[in-house]
Design a protein around this ligand. Sequence first.
Ligand code: ATP
Ligand code: MG
Length: 453
Amino acid sequence: MLSTLRGQLSRDKQCRKRRHTDIGEAPLFLAKRRKYIKLNHMKQSQLFTKTTKDAPKDEVSVNAQLLIRAGFIDKEMAGVYTLLPLGLRTLNKIENIIREEINAIGGQELFMPSLQPKENWLKTGRWDSMDDLYKVKDASGREMALGPTHEEVVVPLMQRFINSYKDLPFAVYQFQNKFRMELRAKSGILRGREFMMKDLYSFHLDEEDLDAYYEKSKVAYFKIFERAGLKDVTHLAFASGGTFSKYSHEFQAITPAGEDTIYVCSKCGLAINKEIKNEITECPECKNTNFIEEKAIEVGNIFKLMNKYTKPFNLTVRDDKGATKEIVMGCYGIGLGRLMGAIVEVHHDAKGMLWPEAVAPFKIHILSLNQNDRAEVIYDALAKKGIEVLFDDRDMNPGGKFADADLIGLPYQLIVSEKNLKDNQVEVKNRKTGAVEYISLDSSEIVKYFRNK
Ligand code: ATP
Ligand code: MG
């Protein structure tokens, strides 16, 4: 039976194969599913976005100017942006880095709604106290909140799942659009009114357990910022803990575009946010008293919420002695768009962006200077091996191609020109350092070169 089935299957396969050869290329709907998920390559002539010389006049931030000009994002209105294909690829890479590191500390991914019941917000008191809350009303007059954060959803949710102390600890997270009525929306995607956030919430039986997880989250956060190319500029900073704990911790990336002022310990690099600087005179880590003032942007924030939200929703468990205990919580945020904007603020030059490889939309930009046939062979070879490549096959002058490639800022430019071909080679330019190497025209050599990069 099985073997007949197998025979049938292989006949089907052959049949399909023949059909493909008949019409040249496999129809898209028959292509392997994998290809939909992971498209590693693209021809620039197919990309519907175009680069522009000028950004909108009201856009003052470097990140938005470069991202708009290069076709990564489009401005819908102040603080609200569309992610275009190149921008979405970058954001997806950032998202995956975060997902891997949060999974590694046991986070379980879920997805909560943006529309949230008013009653929950009344319960925590934030319906009236949060001035950046968007409130919406439906035709029946029912009011709802457009989620700026998700404690008001996640805590009642857990009421339905936590029964015993044995259910603890655990942590859940999501990637979700948040809505905040930001008054100052002048920093491009650093401060959106609608923006993507990774928010993680952890639930514990006691403070000691929360502390242990909180320390783990710091390590995960540093790994994330390192992988995103911000290791050298990102500092852990003490910040106000609100009414429920003494301090919270921010991850502050130093850039002139930053809206915060931090004081960085000259010895160990720990920082203190200006808002609490008068409370702290010496470095909590190494007792040094010498600090350097810097402008920085908060790319992440971790909080010990303690019982701030579990109390209003009465989220309790019985401990091992049968006593009722309030669950304690931590929350941990990272703004994905803000992180993407911060990367641009830190990594750019006069000509455009300089993407760190791990978050670049593609690794290689092939620039064909009227040598599309030869360039296509290289493009196919790289694409086949899963190396991410954008191929500028457009019919335009070399100057324009170089300017666009510098603006888009992929890590490597592979230049296929008449002169290079005469010497049986291609030119590989490192966008960031400007270093140029010539390598053999042989496709397998080119693949090998980039595999080892
Ligand atoms: P800020 O002090 O900059 O307004 P926040 O303290 O209000 O930020 P949190 O509520 O701690 O921010 O949000 C967690 C993370 O979400 C922040 O660390 C930041 O990376 C990101 N974030 C917050 N507000 C915005 C925004 N308006 N646009 C983009 N990202 C944001
Ligand atoms: Mg904050």
